[in-house]
Structures are given as C-alpha cells and as structure tokens.
Design a protein around this ligand. Structure first.
Ligand code: BGC
Length: 372
C-alpha cells in the first residue's frame, strides 16, 4: 500500500504549530533547513566509475538537478570507503542540504551521517541501504529480493526444474559481502533454487552451496570485482570439473561477476552453443548485452537507472518544498536502527529477444553500443 511519510519540514512545522518544545535533533527527515530556505544544495556520492551503471546513475541525476537550478557535487570513490567518507565530509562542509549516497560499505557511514544531521541535511540512501544509523531518512532502490527471484525463476524455467528435470551442475556466486543488496539478491534466488539442490536436481560440484540464505557471504565476491569472480571460477573449474564434467548453470548476481565468469569459461574451452551453461546477470551493461546477443550470457535483470534517478529527483523536490515524501515500502529495509521508508522500483528480465524492444527502443542503450 502506498504510504506517505511526512518530511522533517512538515513534522517540524506541525511540532511548532502544536507548541512542542524544542529538540536538538531535527525531526525525522531533517529536511527543514532545505525546505525553509528553498535551498537546493545536493551532494551525490557514488561508489565507483568502474561500473557503467554508477556513471549513468550519477550523471543523469546530476543533470536533472542542475537543470532544476540545484547546486550539485557529484563524487565517485573508486570503491574505497575512506575516500567516500571524506567526499561526503567535503559535501557537508560545502553546505549540502541533501545527500544522495550509494554506499560502498553500508555499515561504515554512521559517524559521517552524524555530521550531516548536525547541519540538518536529509540523507537518501541510493540503491544500497546504509546500515546502523538513525540518520538515514529515505531509501530509493529497485526491489532487490525480486532481482534474485527473477534470476532463480529464469534458471528454474530454462532447466525445467518444476517438471523434475535434472541433475544439473550449478555454480552459485554472490555479491560483495559489504553491500547490503547482495544478501537480498542471493536470498531471492536461493529461495527458488535451494529446494532443487535439496532434491538433487541441482548439484554443486564445488561444494560452494550455502546451507541457507544467511550463509551467502561465504560465496561473496569482494567489491563485485570481475577479476575476482574470474579467479574463483577458474579455481572451481580446475578443481572440480575434471574428466569432461561440464557446468550447466551459473547463478551470477550481476553483470560484473558474469563478465569474469564468462572469461573463465572461455579460457576453459567453453564456446557458445548447446553445451554452454546458463548464466544470469543484472544491470544490462553494454558488454553483457553484447554477450547476450553472442550467446555467452543468458539474461540480465534490467534496472532502468533513469527511473531510479527520476524517483530520487522527485524525492528531492518533495523534501525541499517541505512536502510529503512518497514511499511504497515501510517494512522491508531495517538497517539495525530503524526501518527506513523506501521506494522500491520493479526490475525486469531481459533476454536476447528483448534487447531491441526493451533496451534500445527505450533509449537505455544505443544499437551501436552493442554492435547492432
Ligand atoms: C547494485 C547492482 C550492481 C552492484 C555492483 C549493487 O548494489 O544494486 O546494480 O551491479 O551493486 O556495483
């Protein structure tokens, strides 16, 4: 159900109206300074330029905000937590009233968010939740559990698991252990696939099969790094796939891991065609969409980052105008200190036949980006 949450400005106004006594902590939302002054000074902190999606995310939002007359500072932190913290500190000292943060390590930002609150900045967690802090006002993301569900269901359908087919050799991977999203992606997929592992329709020759959703980090790839995923897949193939044994399916939570896994398969002699494994992904990065067209990746879960940028832009407008901020989930994202009011967007599957209609016709990618 769609719920409306009052911004700090609205709550503060209400509190004053009711004659509430003063409190040093701004009301939840903390956006009163931004609302009252109409000030639109926004700091955007993105994790890295090494992944296409974050470049698009950051630049699109920056442009929209600048076109609307906001002052924007956009920073990328090379996947280094300390660098991200000091960038956010600079944004705070530069007078940011709204911070949009895609955290590198969602558990390390508590102290810097205290600083943000001391100047009444409103904090929006972007795509990834920030954990262990009261000072996260809103969260805008795609439905992360659904991303994993779509990957798991794709595998289930392609292999005919519901019809009892198998056994198939599966190699599962998970995302970066410091990224809160990674556990949701894994849980979504594993809730579909694990029952088939238990029935023996899916077999994991490497033994890297988490006993339950909570054990996901044991197969996590730090920093979502392609080269680490490649090295891990190299190890699994050389240690567990002797004597002509073939891998039939790889659960890859995103495209950067899929790229490494595909490189590993290539060097082990796998080529596109009937014997090539099913490989999942997420993000619709150009290189992966090319791989889909070439039969080297089966699908990707597409998250239209333009829609996420639009949602955050709307949130920022609502905050600075002192209006209610629209959210559609107030239950799922408990960061250990509070359940952060969230707006979840819907991800969707893209396979070879949808590349033109979903990605190119919508303008998300250019035909020339993917060799069409
Ligand atoms: C994002 C994914 C991305 C991954 C690696 C996750 O938090 O939701 O879209 O592939 O980080 O950057």
């Amino acid at each position: 159900m769609l719920k409306k949450i009052l911004t700090g400005a609205a709550i503060a106004a209400l509190a004053v109206g009711l004659g509430a006594c003063s409190s040093t902590r701004p009301a939840d939302g903390g956006g009163d300074a931004a609302g009252a002054s109409g000030d639109c000074n926004v700091g955007i902190a993105m994790p890295t330029r090494s992944l296409e999606r974050w470049i698009n995310d950051g630049e699109q939002l920056q442009k929209k905000l600048q076109d609307a007359g906001c002052t924007v500072d956009l920073q990328y932190a090379d996947n280094k937590t300390d660098q991200q913290i000091s960038q956010i500190q600079n944004q705070i000292s530069g007078g940011a009233k709204i911070l949009v943060i895609a955290a590198i390590d969602g558990s390390t930002l508590g102290p810097v968010l205290e600083e943000a609150k001391s100047q009444n900045a409103t904090v929006i967690a972007y795509d990834r939740l920030i954990n262990g802090s009261e000072n996260v006002d809103y969260y805008a993301t795609f439905d992360n559990y659904k991303v994993g569900t779509l990957q798991g269901q794709y595998i289930e359908e392609q292999l005919g698991l519901k019809d009892g087919k198998g056994p198939f050799n599966l190699e599962p991977f998970a995302g970066s252990p410091d990224d809160n999203n990674a556990k949701f992606f894994f849980a979504g997929a594993w809730d579909v696939l694990q029952p088939y592992v238990e029935k023996g329709q899916l077999v994991v020759p490497s033994g890297k099969s988490p006993a339950n959703d909570d054990a996901w980090a044991s197969i996590g790839i730090q920093g979502w790094a392609s080269d680490k995923a490649q090295a891990e897949m190299d190890n699994r193939l050389s240690s567990f796939y002797g004597d002509g044994k073939k891998v039939n399916v790889v659960l890859s939570p995103n495209d950067s891991l899929a790229i490494g896994i595909e490189a590993s398969l290539k060097s082990a002699g796998y080529t596109a065609g009937a014997e090539y494994p099913i490989i999942t992904g997420q993000d619709a990065d150009k290189a992966n969409v090319k791989a889909i067209l070439d039969g080297l990746q089966s699908m990707t879960v597409w998250k239209d980052t333009r829609a996420l940028g639009d949602r955050v832009f709307t949130m920022i407008q609502e905050i600075k105008d002192g209006k209610e901020v629209e959210v559609n989930d107030t239950k799922t994202y408990d960061n250990g200190k509070k359940v952060v009011p969230s707006y979840l967007l819907t991800p969707e599957v893209v396979v070879k036949d949808d590349v033109q209609s979903k990605l190119i016709d919508s303008g998300f990618l250019k035909a020339s980006d993917v060799g069409l």
